[in-house]
Write a protein that binds this ligand. Structure first.
Ligand SMILES: *Cc1c(COP(=O)(O)O)cnc(C)c1O
Length: 413
């Protein structure tokens, strides 16, 4: 295949391994389990270590199977380089580990994945100030920026209440102020939205979720979109300044977060994720159509008191969804009328499974305040708009009628 023509999203991912070195005719990138990489010429080993020629040194810093996945994610995000990590949280932790210093400040959306929220609490006690803002309002982001602001961090569609950050305006703001803009794209995936289009410098993806899709492997990724000027970032150490400025951020992330901190993705997991990623677009089409059908049914039923789904016209940020995303995504949450016990309701579901994960092929449900957001307490939950009876649904690829019918029958007591 020639590299000249630009193919569509799925074609590109499906054929990407073949465009690189084909090993033994293998259509999939083989799973390379070797931790060490040997060289016939000792000088070549030295040259690889010094970064003078490409090559692998040790599994913690890079592996051929993982590197093939990184290349696919770069293509999906239209980015210049990607690093994979053992989990999505490791990818987010890498930001702190490699790019922040005591005395720095970050401005973060307060509508966050629960563990990211917890990580920011840790970061705060270690000397990085975290300013939490309502990221649906760019004025709040702007007001929180100080001379020590090193990054602005937002999620696209927040889990579980589905607030959508004002992605484009925050991007403009960060660009004007020269601040690194980091967007966690997990809930939208590069199929629905590319943060590069709103000037994000780094994109986070939890590969555990829709990209892998089958719920069989943990993984995370950071993609450099090429939009951020690393030569202006104050926290790049001298030895990484020797690189071309476009490569400095990823070079420091690879050394600090993979080599020194050890947050590497294993080759078997990378293989599972790469296979799953081949059908990302197909699965997202089905899952988003299912989510819209389910949200529409729930909203029309008077036994349901609130439905939060960005694809509904009633959602406060539906305009942003229409402008920027291909569709409203696979995540929704809802509240039942007060006389219906949410636990009894969940127990009446026959298909949807009470479980904590997102982006699985199967529809998963969870009572949020009692599980994933239990630890943070009622006050912080209230500030994030999380009602005590809120039910989160990660919509899967079941046949639409089966899925909608299941949630409808459970409303009948
Ligand atoms: C799940 C998730 C993460 C963390 O990913 P893991 O792979 O579970 O560590 C981060 N951000 C968002 C938005 C997520 O949904």
């Amino acid at each position: 295949m020639s590299d000249k023509k630009s193919y569509g999203f799925t074609t590109t991912i499906l054929h990407n391994d073949r465009r690189k070195t084909i090993e033994q005719g293998s259509l999939h990138k083989p799973v390379h389990t070797s931790v060490a990489f040997g060289y016939a010429d000792a000088r070549q080993l030295a040259s690889v270590f010094q970064g003078k020629e490409p090559g692998f040194r040790y599994g913690r810093q890079g592996n051929p199977t993982v590197s093939a996945l990184e290349d696919k994610i770069s293509k999906m995000e239209d980015g210049v380089a990607t690093l994979c990590f053992g989990t999505g949280m490791a990818a987010i932790g890498a930001l702190f580990q490699a790019l922040l210093r005591a005395g720095d400040q970050i401005v973060s959306s307060s509508f966050l994945f629960g563990n990211t929220n917890s990580l920011w609490q840790t970061v705060a006690v270690q000397g990085v100030d975290v300013a939490f803002v309502d990221a649906t309002d760019v004025a709040q982001v702007e007001a929180a920026i100080t001379d020590s602001t090193r990054m602005v961090f937002v999620e696209t569609i927040a889990n579980p209440r589905t607030q959508v950050a004002d992605l484009a305006r925050i991007g403009e703001l960060c660009r004007a102020r020269g601040i690194l803009y980091v967007v966690d794209n997990t809930m939208t995936t590069p199929w629905l939205f590319r943060p590069r289009d709103v000037h994000a410098g780094l994109v986070v993806n939890s590969l555990t979720k829709s990209i892998g899709g089958h719920g069989i492997a943990l993984g995370g990724a950071l993609t450099d979109t090429g939009r951020f000027d690393w030569s202006a970032y104050p926290n790049i150490a001298q030895n990484f300044r020797k690189q071309a400025s476009a490569a400095q951020g990823m070079a420091q992330l690879r050394a600090k977060a993979l080599r020194d901190f050890g947050a590497a993705l294993g080759p078997e997991a990378a293989h599972h994720i790469a296979v799953g990623a081949e059908t990302l677009a197909l699965r997202m089409e089905r899952t988003c159509a299912n989510a819209l059908a389910l949200a529409t049914m729930l909203e029309a039923d008077d036994r349901v008191s609130a439905v939060h789904y960005p694809g509904l016209a009633s959602h406060p940020q539906n305009g942003i969804v229409k402008d920027l995303f291909r569709s409203g995504g696979s995540l929704l949450s809802f509240e039942l009328r007060e006389d219906i016990d949410p636990f009894d309701y969940l127990n009446r579901l026959k298909l949807a499974i009470p479980a904590s994960n997102l982006g699985d092929n199967r529809t998963l449900v969870i009572p949020v305040a009692h599980t994933i957001f239990f630890e943070m307490g009622a006050e912080r939950r209230a500030s994030m708009g999380i009602a005590e009876g809120l039910i989160r649904v990660s919509v899967g690829i079941e046949d639409t009628d089966d899925l909608v019918g299941d949630f409808r029958q459970a409303l009948d007591v």
